[in-house]
Design a protein around this ligand. Sequence first.
Ligand SMILES: Nc1ncnc2c1ncn2[C@@H]1O[C@H](COP(=O)(O)OP(=O)(O)OP(=O)(O)O)[C@@H](O)[C@H]1O
Ligand SMILES: *[C@@H]1O[C@H](CO)[C@@H](O)[C@H](O)[C@H]1NC(C)=O
Ligand SMILES: *[C@@H]1O[C@H](CO)[C@@H](O)[C@H](O)[C@H]1NC(C)=O
Length: 307
Amino acid sequence: MFSTIQGFREARFSAILKCGCLFVINVVLTEVTFLSIRSRFWTTEAMTGSPSMQRAFSVVGKDSFGNDYIENLKQNDISTEFTYQTQDAATGTASIIVNNEGQNIIIIVAGANLLLNTEDLREAAKAISRAKVMICQLEVTPETSLEALTMAHSNGVKTLFNPAPAIADLDPRFYALSDVFCCNETEAEILTGLTVSSPADAGKAARVLLERGCQVVIITLGAEGCVMLSQTEPVPKHIPTEKVKAVDTTGAGDSFVGALAFYLAYYPNLSLEEMLKRANFIAAVSVQAAGTQSSYPYKKDLPLDLF
Ligand SMILES: Nc1ncnc2c1ncn2[C@@H]1O[C@H](COP(=O)(O)OP(=O)(O)OP(=O)(O)O)[C@@H](O)[C@H]1O
Ligand SMILES: *[C@@H]1O[C@H](CO)[C@@H](O)[C@H](O)[C@H]1NC(C)=O
Ligand SMILES: *[C@@H]1O[C@H](CO)[C@@H](O)[C@H](O)[C@H]1NC(C)=O
């Protein structure tokens, strides 16, 4: 996770950003193969000076998944200062079925995620204001995500928004609050109503999203890499990647977003294109192993030239 990425301990790459509270139940052809914790939510990177901290903002249930979730964060050196346990709902879960082609179906039960509220955020205001990057998704209520993005934005913290799972009538404030808006093909289709099945299509959809007020739009395209464009360079650019044989694509999007957030936080001077090439590479590593968080490489196992 992030802090560990920076301290470069044993942490998994992407969990960094995904602090969330979905407990993943991976199922391969109906046989439960393992349980892992998918942290999908947001974290902030505390800035400057003191050792950088990755934080998980989440609510989990007072149940065994919740306990395991918190234990996992601790094991990965992620601060659990703002991870709360509640009696009022069960820990959110994501049940994942993976087929022989490595493609997946995910059923999400948000559970306690929906109890994270703006009051919880205000308690974390200081940590948020000192972050480098704030990642938000739609696995908590939109109001909570909007407030988190607003708090980050007004403090000059870079915001990275991943509209997953996508909703067609996304509140327009999400676009204006996103320094980087990063979605996959399906999400781009839902948000724009356009068909997205090629890099050229993705460029068109990204343009529509850019016009809604984001600073940068990135659409991920599986084995095709991604497409980017920005207010300063509004011509779509395709960043291809080396295609790999997918074992399990679950979590590829999160791995990509996680890696991107890492570069935004720690290598802010890299060009966006270079960050995306590296994020493509890291996400490709994750699709070659089973599971979600378990598929994320440790920094020590990645090529040195990524850092
Ligand atoms: N077969 C592949 N070969 C190489 N890279 C891949 C492959 N599949 C995914 N990737 C990498 O992962 C990134 C994200 O993949 P994708 O667009 O499928 O995200 P996603 O649909 O959100 O993933 P998820 O399965 O987690 O929902 C891609 O931009 C690419 O960098
Ligand atoms: C994109 O992400 C959503 C989750 O928001 C997922 O349901 C969908 O399958 C993904 N699309 C692709 C093409 O992988
Ligand atoms: C990024 O570039 C700016 C301006 O050139 C420089 O002041 C800063 O130290 C650089 N930051 C890093 C992390 O390299």
